[in-house]
Design a protein around this ligand. Sequence first.
Ligand SMILES: [Fe+2]
Ligand SMILES: [Fe+2]
Length: 193
Amino acid sequence: MLGLKLLTDPRWANIAESNLEEILTDHAWCEQKAASNAISLITQNSELEDLVHELTAIAIEEMEHFKMVIDIIKERGYELGRERKDDYVGQLMKFAKKDGSRNQAFIDRLLFAAMIEARSCERFRVLSKNIKDQDLAKFYHDLMVSEANHYTTFLNFAKKYTKDVDVDKRWKEWLEFEGNLIQSYGKKEQIHG
Ligand SMILES: [Fe+2]
Ligand SMILES: [Fe+2]
């Protein structure tokens, strides 16, 4: 799915469903971070008109997702906890190239975003197919579609602005790295946990 090397064990969905307050809190912050990431890409690349416009739409959409999640938290009588640390995303960030040319760092930043969208999409799919709560299953199905579109947007921008980077080759490296990384996860009630 979306080139991912390793699919999530469906039993992770049972872990997630066993602590909905925790998974929803973690999820809400994932959406907020996705919005922040889009905003910072806009700030750093303001000369790219198409990117500014498309990522503005994504930032808004991610905050709409945030709103949907905090609404569910409220309806169910849960509390939005403090922002959760996302160890998986931290490891991906370490893999992203920061040296090299400005363009190389920019392309890797787009691939970093595409990678997170791809895995989030896959995790939402696992939730939508495996949790017993049918309202949440439908909710996660809808979000899965949305994150798949974001994945495509980020990957397409990486391909469009490729210049000095072999994007296909670098994307394969990302998929390899992520495939190994994700083996250590799938045990916690976190979207990337
Ligand atoms: Fe989202
Ligand atoms: Fe997204």
